[in-house]
Design a binder for this molecule. Sequence first.
Ligand SMILES: Cc1cc2nc3c(=O)[nH]c(=O)nc-3n(C[C@H](O)[C@H](O)[C@H](O)COP(=O)(O)O)c2cc1C
Length: 194
Amino acid sequence: MTLNVGIIIGSTRPGRNGEAVARWVHELASQRKDAAFHLVDIESFNLPVLDEPFPPSLRQPFTKEHSKAWSGAIAPLDALVFVTPEYNHSTSGALKNAIDFLFYEWHDKAAGFVSYGSTGGVRAVEHLRGIVGELHIADVRSQVALSLFDDFENFSTFKPRDVQATALNTMLDELLGWGGALKGYREGKQAKAG
Ligand SMILES: Cc1cc2nc3c(=O)[nH]c(=O)nc-3n(C[C@H](O)[C@H](O)[C@H](O)COP(=O)(O)O)c2cc1C
């Protein structure tokens, strides 16, 4: 069973650090043979501020092409790595908005976090844990917290300390364990529903 893991780039800002962080996650993760890892760049979906007339929990068909494309990118994934910056002690508006577009696409999947900021982005992740709980996402405990002071040069060139690769693999071990269990759970649920 190969799990498909999405590495979601949570920043859309020109000159963002998020892309280099996500590419590092993808490169190291792809050395593992226990899953397939895919970069998912919110920026490339050009999502406006949520513009669907109905909450996604109501199961109404999406009315916008960008919503359909975003749904189509997330639905097939088995597990998620959210790469998030810290903006004003939370995650980015872009990531929260992208999360809000969907509902059932997130359900019964595992997630892990890679964050960055002056204190490792830990406050962003604490907020995200509450948000993903509402979406039936099971978030693993271990996380990667990258310091703008110690894992970047001049706050802009990504140079992670060696210890961060170990932290990433610890998080991925947990993620793939739960991701596999939840894949079986989703399949069982679908079979029951017919
Ligand atoms: C609007 C904004 C608010 C920020 N607020 C915080 C903050 O509360 N805590 C923090 O550690 N860093 C904060 N930062 C610094 C960001 O963590 C840092 O710029 C990071 O590189 C942003 O991610 P990005 O480059 O991928 O967009 C803020 C940056 C921006 C643009």
